[in-house]
Design a protein around this ligand. Structure first.
Ligand SMILES: C[C@H](O)[C@H](O)[C@H]1CNC2=NC(N)=NC(=O)C2=N1
Length: 92
């Protein structure tokens, strides 16, 4: 059985801060980062689970937590994998 802790350990480069996980993605151009944000936003709408997103020029920081439950859940793990997959698909 995969506990949340085990799933968190499988994530690459995500930092845990209490009941949040975050990762900063770097891009070679501002609009490449914006494209990543658009794709992640489409994912978020599809699954109705939305990350905090901070855009700082070519760096995009994603924070996942499950607001309704006030804690980390499987939805946040799924969101982290989705962000990683979209980042790779972007050719970064
Ligand atoms: C009704 C709606 O699906 C919920 O309010 C969703 C929307 N998006 C959400 N996003 C996040 N990050 N956490 C939530 O608990 C959450 N709840």
């Amino acid at each position: 059985m995969n506990t949340l802790e085990q799933q968190l350990q499988k994530l690459d480069g995500w930092e845990r801060h209490q009941e949040q996980i975050s990762k900063t993605f770097g891009f070679d151009a501002y609009l490449t980062g914006i494209l990543f944000v658009e794709r992640l936003a489409a994912f978020a709408e599809a699954v109705q689970h939305h990350p905090q997103i901070t855009i700082d020029h070519t760096n995009v920081t994603i924070v996942w937590t499950t607001v309704d439950e006030g804690k980390l859940t499987d939805k946040d793990i799924d969101g982290a994998h989705a962000a990683d997959n979209l980042y790779q698909a972007n050719g970064q």
